[in-house]
Design a protein around this ligand. Structure first.
Ligand code: PLP
Length: 408
């Protein structure tokens, strides 16, 4: 291992050595419980406070007290949505989008089954929301609006402040899933109308198993996990101290390098995109060209299957994804690309390349050189017939042949 070319940074990122070093003492000699009265515990509590300040700085929050540590992005999303519903039991309506990460999408589907009304906002073929549809969806009993800041599959960015103005004009609480944005774009919550915002440590070179939920100071917070008094009664459970310390350090490093990293990564992504457009005629980029995270490239190859492309990329040690990590291994077409009405011929053939500051031009050149032959190899197999001209069972046979061929 160690030879891989990693283009799957929206799934997770490499831990920074500085983050690891910051964590080690809290996994070894400094094992005190931060809730303990003694010095051995209270010095750990102080370190947690430092991490809270580091995360608050990354998010531009006005007060570190607005940061609640959670176990991951999924927990943050659940805590925000469930907490808002519990605080307003008379309100039974939720507004969200058709392109959310499963952490919000799956939860809202679950809540719909439990009797909540959910308005699922659509997107256009570039993945952009229609703000008039949002305005029309808001009702007297809307308990919350939950909209992601940027899409994990396509990188498409939503105009969170403009959305927030519409939502707050009606006095409705507004939650934002910013898991893919923290560390990639500047966030300034001090000047924002956002009430709750979710982030996750492992998406910006911090450890896995730690996240944070920003909760505006004046918001009534209802805890999702109930028990002890940790996190000022907002999230019970003995803290993941090393994780918190690591996330704090990662936040500090991300803030320090944000501008420079975004520029470098955008440049590399654009090089990769330009090369693929030129060398693979039957490819198309999914998602708005400019309203997009600097690190993300989602590209579809006509009649091919994303999974097969991944298998062949993997033979060269290249790691990419077909979409969100949580749907990997499933052959269901992406709900995000479906919502964008990506035509059937292109729907299965999507590959997501997501870069980080650790990627190099040499790696981009390597991937760019390998892609045309991978596509040609699969197109050869695809001579079995074109998807879309066949019945669904024939299409499935064709995909199986594609996958089996790819594994050879
Ligand atoms: N929200 C978005 C937009 C994501 O991309 C992810 C992870 O991919 C999550 C939420 C879930 O985060 P976690 O993996 O920390 O639970």
């Amino acid at each position: 291992m160690g030879q891989e070319i990693y283009f799957d940074n929206n799934a997770t990122t490499r831990l920074l050595p500085e983050v690891f070093d910051a964590m080690v003492p809290y996994l070894t000699e400094l094992y005190g419980n931060p809730s303990s009265i003694h010095r051995f515990g209270s010095q750990v509590a102080q370190k947690i406070q430092e991490a809270r300040e580091q995360v608050a700085a990354l998010l531009g929050a006005s007060d570190p007290v607005e940061i609640v540590f959670t176990s991951c992005g999924t927990e943050g999303d659940n805590a925000a949505i469930r907490g808002l519903l519990e605080a307003q039991p008379e309100k039974r309506h939720i507004v969200t989008t058709r392109v959310e990460h499963p952490a919000v999408f799956g939860l809202c589907q679950h809540l719909e089954k439990k009797g909540y009304r959910v308005s699922w906002l659509g997107v256009d073929s570039d993945g952009i929301l229609d703000l008039n549809e949002l305005k029309d969806a808001l009702a007297d009993d809307t308990a919350l609006v939950s909209i992601m800041y940027a899409n994990n599959e396509t990188g498409v960015i939503f105009p969170i402040e403009a959305i927030g103005q519409i939502v707050k004009a009606k006095g409705i609480p507004f939650h934002v899933d910013a898991v893919q944005v923290a560390g990639k774009l500047p966030i300034n919550l001090r000047k924002s109308v956002v009430d709750l915002l979710t982030v996750s440590g492992h998406k910006f070179h911090g450890p896995k198993g730690i996240g944070a939920l920003y909760s505006k100071r004046d918001l009534t917070f209802r805890p999702f996990i109930i028990g002890g008094h940790q996190e000022r009664n907002r999230r019970a459970g003995t803290e993941n101290v090393a994780g918190i310390v690591g996330m704090g350090k990662a936040a500090e490093m991300a803030l320090k390098h944000l501008k420079e990293d975004a520029g470098k990564v955008r440049n590399l992504r654009d090089q990769l995109e330009a090369f693929l457009r030129e060398s693979c005629p039957e490819c198309r980029v999914n998602g708005h060209r400019t309203e997009r995270l600097p690190n993300t490239l989602n590209v579809s190859f006509k009649f091919l299957e994303g999974e097969s492309i991944l298998v062949l990329l993997d033979e060269y040690g290249i790691c990419a994804s077909t979409g969100s990590a949580c749907t990997a291994g499933s052959v269901e077409p992406s709900h995000v690309l479906r919502a964008m009405a990506v035509p059937a011929d292109w729907l299965q053939g999507a590959v997501r390349f997501s870069l980080s500051r650790f990627n190099t031009e040499k790696e981009v050149r390597f991937v760019s050189e390998k892609m045309p032959s991978i596509v040609q190899r699969l197109q050869g197999l695809s001579a079995l017939g074109k998807l879309g001209d066949k019945t669904e069972s024939q299409n499935e046979e064709h995909r199986m042949a594609n996958r089996i061929g790819a594994r050879r």
